[in-house]
Write a new protein. Sequence first.
Length: 383
Amino acid sequence: MKPFRNKMRTISAMLVATALLLVVGVPAAMAAGSLWLVSKAPGAADMVANAQLFDIVINSSTIIQEAQTYFRPGGQAVSNIQMARVDKRDYPDVATKRIVDGDIVELDEAEITDVIQTFKTNFSPKGTVTLTPTPFRVRNIKIDLSINPDKIKSTYYGYLANLAEADRSKWPIVRWIWEVLLPGKWAANQAYCDWAGAYVAATNDATPGPTLGSYDGLKTIAEAGLLAGTMNELSLTKDLTSATEVFGAFEEAVDMLPQELQDEELVFLCSPKTELAYFRDRRNTHGNDADYAQKNKSRTMTIDGRENMLIKPLNGIGRAGDHGWMIITPKRNLLLGERKNSFNVGMEKALRSVAVMADWYEGVGFGLAEEVYVVRPADESSN
């Protein structure tokens, strides 16, 4: 979470600079820009933004009736505000980042047919080279937040206001939303989209677009690849969703991979529920094998203790309920695309409201389609 906090500090500093520009002009904004340069932590530019949110409305209807209409200073504190746990974004943990200047991550697949032959004095060329483009898109994503801080002035939440400050963008409620409340939902949205996203083209109106429509996720890309015949489907006899067969299902999948990939650094993407079931089935069947006990722990497991075969649960797969899905591919083949210098943030104030806008380009994808192996439920299979 440290890199994400760095990004949020960057955003906060940029908001301050924008606010100064609107209130006192360019010199103060330049000073704020200097502050931003100082506070921008190493690696902040490499941070990955997350998916789209809808408007935030401050609502005090859940507190006692009389506290909705006036503010009484007391024991209230930001530290007392509790938030439910949300999913963390985990795909960047295993993906290779690709930075591009435009909207396309341009990749190519190169192949050559057999080349050796028996010797003869006549020149007899053998071997055909084939180059196949395999690009994927990064999509323009945004966050638009509309915050009306005045709604809290005469409520239980009045301590998050600052009546002495005319600039609402500097009120504690605005900073708390950006730095504390927003990051978790931001990450959870994109964790879900990394797997189950299916791009929906923007419409020319003010209706918010769907979160899962921000960009294509790995499942959508895999389904398209299987339909086109460019990716590989593994049909298992063992049930990946069975508590007593999941261990055998993983081993069966490994046995079906081509031998040239057996020594590659492979990643087995599955849901957290499936990974935990594998751990339990392996433990119950074989116990804690002393030869690879450190790799027999949930969330750090490899298959057969082989360091090059990592089981990686993705929160987005679990959120979608796709416990019967698994994608196996070399780690180098999992890609996260971003457009260079595409992250922008701005703030506008009108009629005592604060509008904060952020936009960027991002997408996920695979490098070589032919090195993607997919397990999915029988009722979703084309076989």
